[in-house]
Design a binder for this molecule. Structure first.
Ligand SMILES: Nc1ncnc2c1ncn2[C@@H]1O[C@H](COP(=O)(O)OP(=O)(O)OP(=O)(O)O)[C@@H](O)[C@H]1O
Ligand SMILES: [Mg+2]
Length: 262
C-alpha cells in the first residue's frame, strides 16, 4: 500500500476547478518532484494534501489517502495532531513565515511545546539539537537570534529543522530553495536527501527547476494548466519522454560552461 495516494483529485477555488484529475502515489522513502510553469497547480496539489488550501480552495472530486485513510474528512483537531508529526510542510521562504519581532528560540520552543508536554529548557535543547542536525553550527546562538540576523540560507535551514523535528513520514516542500543562491540550494537539496537516508522520509518537492528535480527525485510529475501533462521515473522524464512540453522544460535547464545540470 502506498503511503500517500491521490485518486482522481480535482481541486476548485470557489467552484472553479484549478487542478483536475490528479492521480499520484508515493511509497515510503520515495522522493517525487512536481514541476511546471507558474499557475500550473503545483502549490494547490501539495496544500490540498496538508489540508491547507488558501482562498476557499476545496477538493471537489476524488480522494487523498494517507496510510490508507482519507485525509479529506479529518477534523481540525485531527489535523493538528497530524501536521508537524506525520506530515510536515516547508515553504518557499521560511523567513517570511517567521515573526520578525520574536527570536528563533522563542518560536521553536513554543512550536515544540504545542506538540510535546516538556519543559521550556528541554524544548530549547531539542531545538538546538535539530538546528545542529541541519548543519547550523552553534544552535544556541541561532536560537538567540532574530530572523533578520540570519542569512536567507540559515533561515531556510531553521524552517527545515522545525519541519523535521518530529521526523514526519511525509515532507511537502514548496520551492524550498528557489530564493537561495546556488551553493546554498545545493546544500539544502543534499540535506533533503539525507533525511530520506536517515529517517526514510518521503518527500514531495515543488520546484521550477527541472535540474533540481532530476538531481534528487525518483519520480517526476510535470504539470501544465492544472493537469498532469507528463510523469514518470527520472530516467523516463530525462531520456524517454515524447512530450514536447517536457522537452521544452528540459531545454530550459540552465547550463554552466556547456555542462548541463541534468
Ligand atoms: N488563493 C487562491 N484563490 C483563487 N484561485 C487560486 C488561489 N491559489 C491558486 N489559485 C488558482 O489555481 C491555479 C494554480 O495555482 P497554484 O498556486 O497552485 O500554481 P503553482 O503551480 O503553484 O504556481 P507558482 O509556480 O506560481 O507557485 C492558479 O492559476 C489560480 O487560478
Ligand atoms: Mg506555487
Amino acid at each position: 500500500m502506498a503511503m500517500l495516494e491521490l485518486k482522481d483529485v480535482t481541486i476548485s477555488y470557489k467552484n472553479v476547478p484549478a487542478v483536475q484529475n490528479v492521480n499520484l502515489s508515493l511509497e515510503e522513502g520515495e522522493i517525487c518532484s512536481i514541476v511546471g510553469e507558474s499557475g500550473s497547480g503545483k502549490t494547490t496539489v501539495i496544500r490540498a494534501v496538508l489540508g491547507l488550501l488558501a482562498g476557499g480552495g476545496k477538493v471537489t472530486k476524488g480522494d487523498i489517502l494517507f496510510d490508507g485513510e482519507t485525509l479529506l474528512t479529518r477534523s481540525g483537531e485531527e489535523w493538528r495532531k497530524l501536521r508537524g508529526t506525520k506530515i510536515s510542510m516547508i515553504f518557499q521562504d521560511s523567513g517570511a513565515m517567521m515573526n520578525p519581532t520574536r527570536k528563533i528560540g522563542d518560536c521553536f520552543v513554543e512550536y515544540i511545546r504545542t506538540h510535546e508536554n516538556i519543559s521550556k529548557k528541554d524544548a530549547w535543547e531539542k531545538g538546538v539539537k535539530m538546528l545542529e542536525n541541519m548543519r547550523l553550527p552553534n544552535g544556541d546562538n541561532v536560537m538567540r537570534s532574530y530572523p533578520f540576523q540570519l542569512s536567507g540560507g540559515m533561515r531556510q535551514r531553521v524552517g527545515i529543522a522545525m519541519g523535521m523535528t518530529y521526523q514526519p513520514k511525509l515532507l511537502l516542500a514548496d520551492e524550498p530553495t528557489s530564493a537561495l543562491d546556488v551553493t546554498t540550494q545545493a546544500q539544502i537539496i543534499r540535506q533533503f536527501m539525507e533525511l530520506r537516508e536517515e529517517y526514510g522520509t518521503s518527500i514531495i518537492m515543488v520546484t521550477h527547476n527541472l535540474g533540481v528535480a532530476a538531481y534528487m527525485s525518483d519520480y517526476i510529475v510535470v504539470m501544465k494548466d492544472g493537469i498532469i501533462e507528463d510523469e514518470g521515473t527520472r530516467d523516463y522524464i530525462l531520456k524517454g519522454t515524447r512530450k514536447e512540453y517536457t522537452k521544452t522544460l528540459l531545454d530550459a535547464v540552465p547550463s554552466l560552461g556547456g555542462v548541463r545540470y541534468v
